[in-house]
Design a protein around this ligand. Structure first.
Ligand code: PLP
Length: 510
């Protein structure tokens, strides 16, 4: 493909994306394909001769689009938002155009320095403690990781290495493997699966401590666990707290956890993958309480800052602790400016060697939306969640499960877990909206997350109408099934229902 053809293909692709995003409400949020659909549609080998891009683009419409789950749709309410934006898409394209791998300053000075700039912009925008900025006097700073999972793993690995170093000094009688065998980490039973996975990858058990009834992990629970473990000869390393748990967006009590961690020399990391967006708002000041005492934290720009996946901001109070833990050198990686504090070699702050030019899409997004644009995006999600909560509270057939938090509402139809599961199953089969369930203390509930690039009050009304009419239909079916048919038309309805459910079972068993 030459530059001329690239211009044509690229312009057509931009039109394709703009048409897709502009008309995203036309698609059912969930695709109607069965497993293996694409494997059957595509040839088993790549084409021997080149094909024209127009054929490829038309195949994207024909075979790829039908298999897409429309994450940018305002009818997506599962998980947490993963909002893209037009400026961010352009940033991604430009970064691909440069095609750089910016693992150290010399590999593309703009890549490193732009990252330093945007991470400091973001730290100020989120009102984080000053010591997290590169521009501060201390050893703190921010870096862009691919995902929250990577950020957490980096924190866990760095904390582990620091603990090993300090323990070898205080306990010279122990061998390194004896020290490593005693390490232990902590989080709450409400934390994201990536925390437990980080423990597996770091070969260090992570204890998932029971959150209190309000789903918050507090210092007293952590203190008790650490005291018991120390008495049993273990070495506490790190506590990973969450601001905005995946299940209900609960906020762990950072202040009381920091009291314990500081007193017992344990690294405190905060996973604010979603809720970090709230730090930017005056009305959410409470959320930031205690952050001045944490060692590291992460926030996904790809969740709440209109920067497309992948883009996870991570800040460290003392970046040297990470750099010292991960610093592995080769002669071919050296350059004459290395070691200067203004120009970190970010390869030491992360797991891979190579790194993407993610700062470009962040910079373009921040500049074209402005701080106020980003704040109003977060505020809009909160307002839409409040709108949905009002619908729930206004309908006595439903109950709230946890307080509405940022753009998330956790609710359930009154009744047993099966009732919740049946309602969700109906909704998923109709594919108009997408939600997932979660469970706490044996009770299943539905999570309604405000998502999409440009959700509107009418989208929330659409979702609520879908949910409540499906509950009405479910209840009607159940009451009909429970009642003995008393006349001819009820008898017919009764048998129709049985026939329909039989044929459903039959289809599924095929
Ligand atoms: N932490 C929390 C609180 C999350 O909600 C999620 C995902 O939703 C993650 C971590 C994992 O994020 P990532 O996919 O960026 O690793």
């Amino acid at each position: 493909m030459d530059a001329k053809e690239f211009r044509e293909f690229g312009k057509a692709a931009v039109d394709f994306v703009a048409d897709y995003l502009e008309n995203i409400r036309d698609h059912e949020v969930l695709p109607s394909v069965e497993p293996g659909y694409l494997l059957d549609l595509l040839p088993k080998d790549m084409p021997e001769e080149p094909e024209h891009w127009t054929e490829v683009l038309s195949d994207i419409n024909r075979v790829i689009k039908p298999g897409i789950t429309h994450w940018q749709s305002p009818n997506m309410h599962g998980y947490y938002p993963t909002s893209t934006s037009y400026p961010s898409i352009v940033g991604e394209m430009l970064a691909s155009g440069f095609g750089i791998i910016g693992f150290s300053w010399i590999c593309s000075p703009a890549c490193t320095e732009l990252e330093v700039v945007v991470m400091d912009w973001l730290a100020k925008f989120l009102k984080l403690p000053e010591h997290f900025q590169h521009a501060s006097d201390g050893p703190g700073g921010g870096v862009i990781q691919g995902s929250a999972s990577e950020a957490v793993l980096v924190a866990v690995l760095a904390a582990r290495e620091q603990a090993v170093i300090s323990c070898k000094e205080t306990h010279p009688e122990l061998s390194e493997s004896e020290v490593r065998g005693k390490l232990i980490a902590y989080s709450s039973d409400q934390s994201n699966s990536c925390i437990e996975k980080a423990g597996v990858l770091a070969a260090m058990p992570i204890k998932l401590l029971p959150a209190d009834d309000d789903l918050i992990l507090r210092g007293n629970t952590l203190r008790k666990a650490i005291e018991d473990d120390v008495a049993a000869g273990l070495i506490p390393v790190i506590c990973i707290a969450t601001l905005g748990t995946t299940g209900t967006c609960a906020y762990d009590d950072i202040d009381s956890l920091a009291d314990v961690c500081q007193a017992l020399n344990v690294w405190l990391h905060v996973d604010a993958a979603y809720a970090g967006g709230g730090f930017a708002l005056e009305e959410c000041t409470e959320l930031r309480r205690g952050l001045d005492r944490v060692d590291s934290l992460n926030f996904n720009l790809h969740k709440f800052m209109l920067v497309n996946f992948d883009c996870s901001a991570m800040w460290l109070k003392d970046a040297n602790k990470v750099v010292d833990s991960f610093n592995v050198d080769r002669i071919y990686l050296k350059h004459k400016h290395e070691g200067q504090s203004q120009i970190p070699d970010f390869r030491h702050w992360q797991i891979p060697l190579g790194r993407r030019f993610r700062a470009l899409k962040v910079w373009i997004t921040f500049r074209t939306l402005g701080a106020e644009g980003l704040r109003s995006h977060v505020r809009k999600h909160i307002a839409l969640a409040q709108q949905f909560e009002a619908f729930v509270r206004n309908d006595s057939r439903f109950e709230m499960v946890a307080p509405q938090a940022l753009g998330l509402v956790c609710f359930r139809p009154r009744g047993d877990n099966e009732h919740t599961a049946q309602l969700l199953q109906r909704l998923m089969e109709r594919k108009k909206i997408y939600m997932v369930k979660a469970e706490h203390a044996g009770r299943q509930f539905l999570r309604f997350a405000v998502c999409g690039m440009d959700a509107k009050p009418s989208d929330i009304e659409f979702a609520w109408t879908e949910i409540e009419t499906q509950l009405t239909a479910l209840l009607a079916e159940k009451s009909l099934a429970a009642r003995k048919p008393s006349n001819v038309s009820e008898l017919t309805q009764h048998f129709q229902m049985h026939l329909a459910s039989d044929s459903g079972t039959h289809e599924k068993s095929q």
